[in-house]
Design a protein around this ligand. Structure first.
Ligand SMILES: NC(=O)c1ccc[n+]([C@@H]2O[C@H](COP(=O)([O-])OP(=O)(O)OC[C@H]3O[C@@H](n4cnc5c(N)ncnc54)[C@H](OP(=O)(O)O)[C@@H]3O)[C@@H](O)[C@H]2O)c1
Length: 326
């Protein structure tokens, strides 16, 4: 409990993390590139460091929460900071990819820094509440040792495993993949209803009615992916391709952006061209997998990954919404 903690980054999330630590009685220091964003925390009683070096020197545990891993590398990969961090614990709570987590762990090991990687599954207003959820991966012994600090952010703190990229992997998969793309689907449907004078309250009600069915639908597709049995016993992939075509048609006629549906349709077309038009919709996962193999050697591009995810989950959500509205 007497560990001294520094939070690097006091944006929306970093400020909430710092305040939660301070409220739980930890001696908390903050540093932010734009000093004015630390003023509110300073008024609360948190210590504000004038430099990253000073912030690191103040603490046993350094938690980073800034815009991305590249900025983290810029801040920390300097000889003075590396030697200040030597023997200390570094926790990265900035959103990033599993590859970035692995790179950071490897650098930390070379510098004699103990490293834990995490992903935040909550909005700033939930930090410090029992509902707040954070995922961690890395050394379990380190996680256990740090638990009193980490649960200051929320009791719902989960350790995933020793492979450092696992927290980021689930972040990419569930938040950037499923949740974000479901929201894109929701926005598209909203525009259609608004444009067609369907009361948006009615739309919301239909969406809510559909959501509980999503669990069964996803479970069914999970089974298909597991078995790799892509026999279409209910409807064919070609049949499903009508979904993006409808969205594209509607977007064209009403001046709405249809780039998401275009990306979906191109995946369908790839599958149909490969002779899989009569396969199950789940076969599109294989199309996505092959696309990823092609870009494997290219540097990571979060946009291309998002596009793949968008295509997958929007087809589910968009088509289901469209049916529910009919
Ligand atoms: N907000 C959420 O709901 C939420 C939820 C889960 C995870 N996260 C993750 O938490 C992290 C922070 O998000 P946020 O919502 O707090 O964003 P934010 O309010 O925009 O704050 C961004 C922070 O990054 C700092 N920053 C940006 N570029 C920098 C650079 N080159 N060098 C040093 N610092 C730099 C900013 O400093 P300045 O003030 O100087 O610009 C600021 O402290 C992100 O990785 C985000 O994905 C956020």
């Amino acid at each position: 409990m007497n560990q001294k903690v520094t939070i690097i980054g006091t944006g929306r999330m970093g400020s909430a993390l710092a305040a939660a630590l301070f409220n739980k009685g930890f001696a908390t220091t903050v540093w932010n590139r734009t000093a004015s964003k630390t003023e509110r925390l300073s008024r609360l009683g948190l210590r504000v460091a004038a430099s990253v070096l000073e912030a690191v020197n103040e603490a046993d545990v350094v938690i980073v929460n800034i815009n991305n891993y590249d900025s983290t590398v810029e801040l920390l990969r300097r000889p003075d900071i590396e030697s200040a961090l030597h023997g200390k614990i570094l926790v990265q709570l900035t959103s990033g990819t599993p590859d970035e987590a692995r790179e950071m762990e490897s650098w930390a090991r070379q510098c004699g820094i103990r490293y834990l990687d995490g992903a935040i599954w909550s909005a700033p207003m939930m930090i410090g509440t029992p509902q707040c959820m954070l995922l961690y991966s890395g050394s379990e012994e380190l996680f256990d040792r740090l638990k009193p600090v980490l649960i200051a952010f929320g009791e719902n703190t989960r350790f995933l495993g020793n492979e450092i990229g696992q927290a980021s992997a689930l972040d990419v998969a569930v938040l950037a993949g499923v949740v974000m793309n479901a929201l894109f689907g929701f926005f598209q449907g909203y525009l259609v209803c608004e444009g067609e004078n369907v009361p948006v309250e009615t739309y919301l009600q239909f969406v809510k009615n559909v959501l509980p069915r999503m669990e069964a639908i996803i479970t069914r597709y999970y089974g298909k992916l597991q078995s790799k049995d892509y026999t279409a016993d209910q409807s064919s992939l070609e049949g499903w391709s009508v979904g993006p075509k409808m969205l594209i048609g509607w977007g064209r006629n009403h001046g709405a952006d249809h780039c998401i549906a275009d990306a979906q349709l191109s995946l369908f077309e790839k599958a149909i061209k490969a002779g899989k038009g009569q396969s199950d919709f789940a076969y599109l996962c294989e199309v996505l997998r092959k696309g990823q193999t092609n870009v494997h050697s290219a540097p990571f591009n979060s946009l291309s990954l998002s596009r793949n995810c968008i295509a997958l989950s929007l087809v589910h959500v968009g088509a289901i919404f469209a049916r529910a509205i009919q």
